[in-house]
Design a protein around this ligand. Sequence first.
Ligand SMILES: NC(=O)c1ccc[n+]([C@@H]2O[C@H](COP(=O)([O-])OP(=O)(O)OC[C@H]3O[C@@H](n4cnc5c(N)ncnc54)[C@H](OP(=O)(O)O)[C@@H]3O)[C@@H](O)[C@H]2O)c1
Length: 261
Amino acid sequence: MKILLVGTGRVAFHLGHAMVGANHHLIGVVGRNTEHTDRLSKALGTVSFSLKEALPQTDIILIAVSDDAIADVALNIPISDAVLIHTSGASDLDKLLPHPDRAVLWPLMSLSPGEPMDFKHVPIVVDGNTDRARQVVRYLAESLSVQVSELNHQQRELVHAAAAISLNFPLHLLARAQDLLKDQNIDPAILLPSFLAMAQKATAIGASEALTGPARRGDLGTIHHHLDRLTADAELRAAYARLSSMILRAYGHPDHGHTDV
Ligand SMILES: NC(=O)c1ccc[n+]([C@@H]2O[C@H](COP(=O)([O-])OP(=O)(O)OC[C@H]3O[C@@H](n4cnc5c(N)ncnc54)[C@H](OP(=O)(O)O)[C@@H]3O)[C@@H](O)[C@H]2O)c1
């Protein structure tokens, strides 16, 4: 099957390399910025197209652009036999209207600039509005990863929210915790080995079992000392108190309302 890749950002970069690695016939990269488009098409050994020019006939058009741009980009692509696929976990298939065969291929992974990622164990969520769209997107996803699942839009929204909680929040809290140390000229990297070990332990024994710390133990005294240390940052102090309260209750400790600010 011939594939046209629309987009030149992080997902286009990683999926593009994964598709080339899986020996797919990538017939071109389509973008709005010539420099970005040429750079990616060259790296993938294919050719560039502008979003404004006529596009070649293809079996799949994979649209990896920002969520807010998907509908506009799809609307400006002439209707053909191609299956249109977007890569957004937060977007429904209607964003690809009026194309008849619409699908999603959502890699459940935080993709950043750097070396191309090995997609083999990246979970990929797929869905389609017709049997043909579902078949095509599943075929493509299974050629890239061994972890492919089919979820409808409501389920994808829930997974997207769960991913935001489990990925974005810990990283933001890590950054805020490192800022506290930087302010006191303490090396923020001191937190990193335990952060890494935490993810490994959660994978090995489960998140609930891996959790340690004063709230899990029910050490209210230590929690109050920490809260006293955080008076300069009311927002972080409130987050600390609320999360401690959630953990205390989850592990069967009374928090007497002291930490729930
Ligand atoms: N990054 C992740 O971790 C991740 C993971 C899974 C799924 N996704 C999904 O994948 C999609 C792409 O995300 P990304 O992280 O690759 O984004 P990104 O790195 O910010 O790249 C966005 C791409 O969209 C293009 N674009 C933005 N507005 C446009 C417009 N109005 N018209 C045409 N092109 C436009 C940009 O073009 P220019 O180069 O010209 O700016 C760029 O190529 C999104 O739907 C996102 O939800 C992302």
